[in-house]
Structures are given as C-alpha cells and as structure tokens.
Design a protein. Structure first.
Length: 324
C-alpha cells in the first residue's frame, strides 16, 4: 500500500511538471512570435498563423499517437512507414471506386489493427520498444512499396476536400482535426482511468503491476491508438498532395518524438501532458515558418532548428531533474 500511495504522489508531481512545461513553452512561443512580428510584419497575420497550424496539423496528430505510447514508457518508430502503407491502401480503394466513407473507415481500421499488432509484438516478445519498432518500421516500409508495386498512386481528385477544405474560406479543416483530437486526448489522459494507468505504467511499471494494472493490455491499447492516428493522418496527406507515395512520412517518427520531448514528455515515460505536446508541435512549425520568412537557406535551417530544439527542451524541462 505504501508503494501505491507513493506512486500516486509521484503521478501528481509528474502532472504538475507537465503544467510547468506548458507554461515555459507558451512563454517561448509568445516571445518568438513578438520577435518575428518585429522582423517581418507579414508574419503576424491570420493567414500565416493558420498556415502554420495547417502545416503542423498532420505532424501534430501523429505526435499525439506517439505521445500516448511514450507516456506508457514505449517508443513507436513505425508511424511514418505505417502512414505510407495505409495511404497506399486508401488510394487503391479510392481508385477502385469504393465508397469514400467506407475507405476512411477501412483505412483507419487497418491502422488500428497494425498498431494492435505492434503492441502485441512489443509486449509478448519483451524486446526493447525502440528495437522492436525499428524492425517493424522496416516491415511497413516494405509494405508501402509492395502494396502499390513501388509506384505513386494518383487519386484524380478523389478525397480532395478531406484535407484541403477551408471553413469560411480561411480555416483549413485539418486544424479542426488536430485541435479536436488534442482536446479528446487531453481529457482521456487527464481524467480517465486509462490515461492515469498509462502514466503509472510509464512512471513505475512495477508499482503499477502491484496496483493491479494490466501492463500488457494498456501498452497494446497505446500502440493501437498510435496506429489509428497514423492511418487517419495518411488520409489528410493524400488528400493534400493528390497521391500516395511509398516514401511519404519518412520524417514523421523523429519529428514526432522531438515535438513530444519539446512538449515535456520523458523518453522513459510517465511524465508530460497533451497540451505540452500540442505546443511542442506548434513551436516546431513556428521555427520552420520563421526561418522560411527570413529566407534562411535550407542547409542552415537544419543546424538552427537543432540548436533551437535543444534550447527549447532544456527550458521546457526546467526542474525535471529535481528529487520528488
């Protein structure tokens, strides 16, 4: 009982740290926006801000899935290649004149099933999550090539509005997807037993086990959520570019992990918050947009982006190494 009580105190402390990370990130973002507004008046316009949110919406949705796994102490490197393989499935179904709603449902279910399989392999083989999903990443990359026979699949206008429609002619629909999923994820992680169990598992799996939490079942569920969100994101991406590509989504795993860590999540699990993840994604988009507006050459952008990420992570995790 003492161990369980101590675990509850730790959980509350980790959630408070997540709130601090959100505050630090919010201050950093506001400061960066003020600086950019002084450097270029075009930055602080509704259209540009909506463009930043729109560009980051796909990464944001994937990151929420990755964050769900990370909170439970797991890493999911499959999200990018899983996105590419489910995108190919969706494109083939659309070109076969399958009903659009059914295509959306089948694509999301395929991602959910793939995520379930990922979790099952991780928990049953007891392989380190990084190594296990690294191997699975290669499997999904192979499927992303096999399904379309290594070719791009052009949609010919099908599913166009799913990722390009603008509400009132200004707000892109993917922003609504991103915000809605973030809000739902926040309430699930903050106020449900499932969310608290994931934090407990990531924070101290032994204590979580003694408290009667089924570690395997909850980790599998976290991976299933990650797979579902990856496949949903694939629909947005192919809607935007009008085709599926075997190499699409390659950069998502590392970018999603970077955004999550910037948002205050610990790679070891058990700490962080969805609002922090949301702001971490926005900060990455803000950095890229600012560098583009300032016309910084692309190869310098990689260096500057890396430096800013390190600084942002350091600031957002202030106090994280203090004793509980």
């Amino acid at each position: 009982m003492k161990n369980i009580f101590a675990q509850n105190k730790k959980l509350a402390s980790w959630m408070n740290r997540g709130n601090k990370s959100v505050l630090y990130l919010f201050v950093i973002i506001i400061f960066a926006m003020l600086v950019m507004s002084l450097l270029d008046p075009k930055f602080f316009t509704a259209r540009n801000l909506f463009n930043i949110l729109n560009q980051q919406s796909t990464l944001g949705i994937v990151t929420i899935g990755v964050a769900t796994a990370m909170i439970s102490g797991c890493i999911d490197l499959t999200v990018g290649n899983l996105l590419a393989s489910t995108a190919a499935i969706a494109a083939l179904l659309l070109n076969a004149e399958v009903n659009v709603v059914l295509v959306i449902v089948l694509t999301c279910l395929s991602g959910l099933a793939a995520g379930f399989i990922n979790g099952l392999i991780v928990v049953k083989t007891r392989i380190d999550t990084f190594i296990a999903t690294l191997g699975l990443m290669s499997v999904y990359q192979g499927l992303a090539l096999i399904i379309p026979s290594g070719n791009n699949i052009y949609l010919k206008g099908k599913l166009a509005n799913f990722g390009t429609y603008r509400v009132a002619g200004l707000v892109p629909l993917p922003i609504f997807y991103f915000v809605t999923i973030a809000v739902v994820a926040y309430f699930v992680m903050r106020y449900t037993k499932f969310g608290r169990r994931l934090y407990s598992i990531g924070g101290n799996p032994e204590t979580a086990y003694l408290a009667g939490i089924n570690l395997d079942r909850n980790k599998i569920a976290a991976y299933a959520i990650s797979g579902f969100l990856s496949s949903f994101t694939s629909l947005i991406v192919i809607s935007r570019i009008g085709q599926s590509q075997p190499a699409m989504g390659v950069a998502y795993p590392l970018e999603a992990i970077a955004a999550a860590v910037i948002g205050g999540l610990a790679l070891s699990g058990g700490r962080g918050s969805i609002p922090g993840v949301f702001l971490g994604v926005i900060l990455l988009g803000l950095i890229r947009n600012s560098l583009n507006i300032l016309r910084v050459q692309s190869f310098y952008q990689y260096v500057m982006l890396g430096v800013v990420i390190i600084i942002a992570v350091t600031l957002s995790n202030i106090g994280s190494n203090k004793k509980l």
